[in-house]
Design a binder for this molecule. Sequence first.
Ligand code: 5AD
Ligand code: SF4
Length: 469
Amino acid sequence: MTERREDASNPDVGGARRRVYIKTYGCQMNVYDSQRMSDALAKDGYEPTEVIEDADLVLLNTCHIREKAAEKVYSELGRIRLLKAERAEQGREMRVGVAGCVAQAEGQEILARAPAVDLVIGPQTYHRLPEALARVAAGEKVVETDYAVEDKFDHLPTAEEKRIRARGVTAFLTVQEGCDKFCTFCVVPYTRGAEVSRPLARIVEEARRLAASGVREVTLLGQNVNAWSGEDEAGRPVGLGGLLHRLARIEGIARLRYTTSHPRDMDDELIAAHRDLDILMPYLHLPVQSGSDKVLKAMNRRHDAAEYLRLIERIRAARGDIALSGDFIVGFPGESDADFEDTMRLVSEVGYASAFSFKYSPRPGTPGAAMDDHVSEAVKAGRLERLQALIRDQQTAFAASLVGTTMDVLIEKPGRYAHQLVGRSPYLQPVVLSSESGAVGDMVRVEIAATLPNSLMAQGADAPSRRTA
Ligand code: 5AD
Ligand code: SF4
């Protein structure tokens, strides 16, 4: 069983199945990409494993958005180097690949810094993964970071699609990639390239396939998802609102979400979709990054704080029960105490159900990194602490406001105890339910009885459902 074949296209000879361990960093787009890479590798005879020591191939799907995320990859590669050496001593090989945005941004440099790496592959070239691995097997060190024009996942053969196992009741679906916005802090336009929308027919096809495999909730993904544009079956131009209408008609799909959006691309059609489609969850991630007009301008966000607040008003007018989440950066170059207070004020005014906040991290090659007036780490840390405390309070208040209300919950998995199940609220909170409420995949209506630190408890969830006397 330990025999390993060098021929990447025919791994099954001799009965030796190969194992791939994929570690995913960063955003949901990477989660989606890792799943598709795993599917593509299944065709080459690779089984996924959760145990890195067992892997014949280790793939790190990396994130470059902040320095911390990128540095984590190098420390992980340090550990993998030791593992690889141990395996080599046992006469077994372990190939190591770096995928994702660090691969795209740093390319060849990774090979110089981490000699254990055999393959560097950027997000635009994942369809070349099997071929790249064959070259690695032949002894080459491979760097694939070109921009390809083809759809990187168009190459999944149909026969293989059938073998793809159902992956639970929720799934991501990439509809758009890349970004043309060039916010001055952000590496995405450089690592993920220009904005590209997947054609409507392909998206509908993938959504149908997901629904057929038991998926009930689909989250449309894109770095700038609401900039998605395409044509309907009759050749008329449609935006994301139109796409959501089209997907809402697919049998089996009970919930739709999309992320991440830019305020500038929230058009009337999309806002109206929140009014007209019950299947579209009333929860919107709409990052604003800062509440200061001066900082927003320096960030090249191309809107001011008042415009964002007006937009929120229009969205709330369309869908009264919508809850909002956002992203914030503190300590962007030039951010004064007064600018930061503007951010605090904006957060207070909007009232978020949840939000992510980060210290500004200068990224090589972005305009922000070259700006004057960088803010000290200590000041960034102080501001982050205050902002996060405010956001935490809002999140707690939002969860508390749900106690006593009834809501639809999609059951996702068994709970920690036999008498419990775990589902998702419309606002993405985990909800603990009684096992008598239904089965995995069911949408059930429950009353919220209490809040836990990171989840909600439905009425009756804490009592064992079948008592034996
Ligand atoms: N520093 C800190 N945070 C950043 N983000 C993006 N780039 C940076 C950076 N250089 C944050 C933004 C974005 C989220 C995904 O990550 O808030 O919305
Ligand atoms: Fe980055 Fe701005 Fe594009 Fe979002 S909109 S991916 S923050 S450049």
